[in-house]
Design a protein around this ligand. Structure first.
Ligand code: HEC
Length: 153
């Protein structure tokens, strides 16, 4: 192999390595999260998956799954405040300072989510598809409304 060829190969390897370091894929964006920030991100991810499973279950009329996943959301709502100790919004957290500056409002937003998740369980118990769809919509609204106020975009 010629010297020039070797140099080119080495250069390519360096460029490829440098590229691999920049801009990680979105799914890995919070890989650097540690401790309580990582724990609550995982919890939120799980709640998003539960929400997707509920949506699918609603479209095939699977009430048992709606109930089980709504239960998971209720238990997450009950413990969510413990996952936001003071001074826990270090990078890469998307939590806004308003959480701690307006703690009562934040608790209120958790409460709305708790109520909406309980209402979804009640609707599932009634086995009324319309009630379930309505309650599901309200529950997802409670996610979004907290994000608007307390999560960075
Ligand atoms: C009371 C407020 C509140 C409610 C209710 C809430 N969230 Fe969040 N959510 C947050 C905050 C704050 C963060 C940012 C956490 C962080 O980055 O430290 C977040 C982050 C997330 C994330 C990103 C997690 C990650 O890996 O970075 C997802 C996904 C998410 N929430 C989904 C949901 C879903 C789905 C619901 C409803 C079922 C919901 N959230 C309800 C406040 C809330």
């Amino acid at each position: 192999m010629s010297k020039l060829r070797l140099k080119t190969t080495a250069l390519c390897a360096i460029v490829a390595f440098a590229l691999s370091l920049s801009s990680p894929p979105a799914a890995l964006a919070h890989k650097g999260a540690m401790g309580i920030v990582k724990e609550r991100m995982d919890k939120f991810e799980a709640s998003e998956k539960a929400t997707k499973r509920i949506k699918q279950a609603l479209s095939r009329g699977d009430t048992a799954v709606v109930t089980a996943e709504a239960e998971l959301l209720v238990s997450w709502a009950r413990e969510m405040d413990n996952y936001f100790p003071e001074n826990s919004n270090q990078t890469p957290s998307e939590a806004r300072d308003e959480i701690w500056l307006q703690w009562d409002d934040f608790i209120g937003a958790i409460q709305s989510f708790n109520n909406a998740s309980n209402a979804l369980m009640d609707a599932a118990a009634s086995e009324d598809p319309r009630a379930m769809r309505g309650a599901f919509k309200e529950m997802t609204k409670s996610c979004k409304s907290c994000h608007q106020q307390f999560r960075e975009d």
